[in-house]
Design a protein around this ligand. Structure first.
Ligand SMILES: Nc1nc2c(ncn2[C@@H]2O[C@H](COP(=O)(O)OP(=O)(O)OP(=O)(O)O)[C@@H](O)[C@H]2O)c(=O)[nH]1
Length: 417
């Protein structure tokens, strides 16, 4: 090939191409090469090749080129490496470079064909990031006990994430099937789950908690939320909530507070009464106890509904709590039965407090929506006695006193000291 053929020939190359002499000067460059390196047309010619190479790679590049001229080969440069070229504005670009020996007018030259590798590098990076995100997400789902399934009503096809079989305790390769979930579901919860599955297309927005029995016999609590998938698809998110549920049950069992009224519960009442009895036997410090029970409470439920009944219990508890001193404690013993333990108080003070409780409940107007209800309570008072053999004796007498109030006229106070 002759020198003047070189430009014509380079223009035929579909990629950016340069021809470089052994002195590493650019002998010729096509328009694509100029554009790739951000040079005005023809500006690359007669430049040192090194201006197109990032500073950090120049040393390695010199050795590479020297080696190349010793071997008579055509090869990809730096295969396996991420090569970068430097544009004249200093910007670095990933590049794929092919070297080829050519002879022009008896000169040994190198033809350098360059492809901009940015897109491929960006795709590889994106792929790596996607793989990392997918792995993180899978791990998060595993840690959180979270699985998902998607049902396509057009193709009647179900797919699920690997966490679903893991939650169900079946092999990962098991064919996705909602019938399998229903089969494992606890028999008491199964009708609800089946109803949900039969109406999947109307289910988005639904949340269901159910139990499953895994093949290894383990019972698991699942909370399933249904949402819209893409197109005609329904998405189900299954969460294994066994740990939370167990904790919740334990906390409830350990709790000393009544959920409805916020007063202490029966468990705390027994503890406190026992401790007061110990004070009485050791220090001769007496305690009074008031017990009270709503009158004809069944009528309130029957006439105004259970919600109103709950509301009366809640509001009355607030009213009563407002009557107490810091040393008094109020309890809900169960149902519509309540108690107050009063420290260091004689029967006279206990009676005054009981009367205040009675009259404030009687005076209250219990409201729920537009409804207003009135209620009364029957109260009984008792104290520890020297003949008592355990802490429950005072309780039995207070109960007896309530019974006497009910038998008298209700809405009254009786004492069985
Ligand atoms: N709303 C509501 N009702 C309750 C709750 N606990 C118990 N009850 C109701 O309280 C009513 C108690 O009824 P009974 O034991 O017959 O007593 P009563 O109707 O109050 O009649 P007397 O005690 O004889 O005055 C029942 O209808 C129970 O269902 C509760 O937490 N909320």
């Amino acid at each position: 090939m002759k020198n003047n053929d070189l430009d014509w020939w380079l223009d035929l190359v579909p990629d950016a191409a340069l021809v470089v002499g052994q002195d590493q000067m650019v002998v010729a460059a096509n328009a694509r090469a100029d554009a790739m390196f951000g040079a005005p047309q023809g500006a690359l010619r007669s430049r040192a090749l090194e201006v197109l190479i990032p500073e950090a790679s120049r040393q390695a590049h010199r050795q590479h080129v020297a080696g190349f001229f010793r071997q008579q080969t055509c090869r990809a440069m730096g295969s396996g490496l991420r090569l970068q070229g430097q544009r004249l504005d200093g910007q670095l670009r990933p590049m794929d470079i092919m070297l080829n020996r050519i002879q022009v007018a008896n000169q040994e030259l190198t033809m350098v064909v360059i492809r901009d590798d940015s897109e491929r590098v960006a795709m590889v990076k994106l792929g790596d990031e996607l793989a990392a995100t997918t792995a993180r997400l899978a791990r998060a789902q595993e840690v959180g006990g979270l699985g998902w399934w998607e049902y396509d009503s057009d193709g009647q096809r179900l797919i699920w994430s690997p966490m679903v079989p893991a939650i169900l305790g079946v092999p990962e390769e098991v064919e996705p099937s909602l019938a399998l979930v229903a089969e494992q579901c606890h028999q008491d919860d199964r009708p609800h789950l089946r109803a949900l599955h039969q109406n999947l297309m109307k289910a988005p927005g639904t949340c269901l908690t159910y139990r499953i029995r895994r093949p290894d016999g383990e019972l698991r609590w699942i909370r399933e939320t249904i949402d819209h998938g893409t197109g005609n698809r329904v998405l189900g998110v299954m969460r294994d909530i066994t740990t939370e549920k167990t904790l919740e049950d334990r906390l409830r069992a350990e709790s000393t507070i009544d959920d409805l009224t916020g007063l202490y519960n029966r468990k705390q009442f027994n503890r406190d009464l026992k401790s007061r009895y110990a004070d009485y036997t050791r220090l001769n410090r007496n305690t009074s106890m008031i017990m009270y029970d709503f009158d004809h409470f069944k009528n309130i439920n029957d006439c105004h509904g259970h919600l109103m009944g709950d509301n009366v219990l809640r509001q009355a508890a607030e009213i009563v709590a407002g009557q107490l001193r810091a040393s008094d404690n109020a309890y809900r013993l169960g149902g519509e039965e309540f108690a107050i333990i009063i420290g260091n108080t004689g029967p006279g003070d206990a009676r005054k407090l009981a009367e205040r409780v009675r009259s404030s409940v009687e005076a209250a107007r219990f409201r729920l929506g537009d409804s207003i209800v009135r209620a009364t309570v029957s109260l009984g008072i008792s104290q520890f006695r020297a003949s008592d053999t355990n802490f429950e004796d005072i309780f039995r007498r207070a109960d007896e006193a309530v019974y006497q109030s009910k038998s008298a006229s209700r809405n009254t106070v009786r004492v069985v000291a």
